[in-house]
Ligand binder design. Structure first.
Ligand SMILES: *Cc1c(COP(=O)(O)O)cnc(C)c1O
Length: 361
């Protein structure tokens, strides 16, 4: 099967077994005579898919009972607004750590609903790091502390989380959810667009802790209340059924491979190989993030000139190494190496990088 090496940042590669399962089910889901896309969201077939996706998530992430799982729409971007809309008010304040483009978008939305304290930022150094967590002074009165656990565009990632003195963490984990084991207990809410590590675009995952949910504002439009989606088990209206079905397939694959410890080992192996290739290139390839803050998911790097970068991308494409262009806001090269990307794809990229350098210097 001619599958490309897909380094896309999102929508990103989906594990082949999850796609193969979809091919098997596409016209006839389990003898129902209809496609997963044609199932009623209130029928027993979809109910089984929905509950399996939830129970796999619960198992893989070791979610305690008090965490509710929601399947929503509107992407991570709607969560930028939905979080402060539910939890802030003009007299209330939240702490935000600014680590890149997506953090800034979250901050912009929060300011519409309440006070925002930028507890730490790495903007002065062009987002080349996660700020030193031990020197952050959090506001003890804050309703929550918002972080972006992995900065998809800049290529930095938290390798430990800040100690907030009991204030719930709220995290945008769009680009590193399920990539490693996680202790969810300090988090009041976690959200992620599905199109990086979970499945197709159109689905957003929200995990919310009951005691945090209890503090949400009630005077909001129905669709933007977390409580409504919790009460209706994500079926107040028609949920993104295809996205939930594909998520289930992806979660089955994660479980088959050995869960999150196996994902982490696999992701480390890929990232180590790629960073090693960059670091041992004698400065030809230059990483843009401090070593201790480097992401295991998105690896941005530069070449000696923009002209060489353009040539790199053209020649990479000829070898089926796709979607390596850095985000338009930062330029350069970016290899996204999420869960689904195989080690052999990173090996093919590193081999190409070494050959390209050999020709260029
Ligand atoms: C991709 C991404 C987003 C945006 O997600 P949408 O689903 O397109 O709204 C937000 N935050 C992070 C960290 C991302 O990687």
């Amino acid at each position: 099967m001619p599958r490309a090496h897909n380094f896309a940042a999102g929508p990103a590669a989906i594990p082949l077994p999850a796609l193969q399962q979809a091919r098997e089910d596409i016209f006839d889901f389990g003898g129902s005579g209809v496609s997963p896309m044609e199932l009623s969201h209130r029928g027993k077939e979809f109910e089984a898919i929905h509950q399996e996706a939830k129970s796999l998530l619960k198992e893989l992430m070791a979610l305690p009972e008090e965490f509710k799982i929601l399947f929503l729409q509107g992407g991570a971007s709607l969560q930028f607004g939905m979080v402060p809309m539910n939890f802030l008010a003009p007299e209330k304040s939240a702490d935000y750590i600014n680590t890149g483009t997506w953090s800034k978008k979250a901050i912009k939305e929060a300011k519409l609903f309440g006070k925002v304290n930028i507890a730490a930022s790495s903007e002065e150094t062009k987002f080349d790091r996660i700020p030193d967590l031990d020197s952050i002074r959090f506001d003890p009165g804050a309703v929550y502390v918002h972080i972006t656990s992995n900065n998809t565009i800049e290529g930095s990632e938290y390798h430990k989380f800040p100690k907030t003195g009991g204030v719930p963490l709220v995290a945008d984990m769009s680009s590193d959810i399920l990539s490693r084991p996680l202790d969810v207990r300090p988090f009041g809410l976690i959200y992620a667009g599905a199109q990086k590590n979970l499945g197709p675009a159109g689905l957003a995952l929200v995990l919310i802790r009951e005691d945090f949910l209890a503090k949400a504002n009630a005077n909001l439009t129905t669709m933007l209340r977390y409580q409504v989606h919790v009460d209706e088990d994500s079926r107040y209206n028609t949920p993104p059924t295809w996205g939930v079905y594909m998520l289930r397939n992806v979660l089955r694959w994660v479980k088959t491979l050995g869960g999150l410890p196996a994902m982490e080992a696999r992701n480390k192996k890929k990232a180590d190989l790629l960073y090693k290739t960059i670091d041992e290139s004698g400065g030809f390839y230059r990483g843009t993030v401090l070593k201790e803050s480097r992401s295991l998911m998105n690896v941005p790097f530069r070449l000696p000139s923009e002209e060489l970068e353009a040539r790199f991308l053209t020649e990479a494409k000829k070898e089926n190494l796709l979607q390596l262009k850095g985000h338009r806001s930062v330029g350069g090269i970016r290899a996204s190496i999420y869960n689904a990307l195989e080690l052999e794809s990173v090996e093919a990229l590193c081999d190409f990088m070494n050959r390209f350098m050999g020709k260029a210097v």
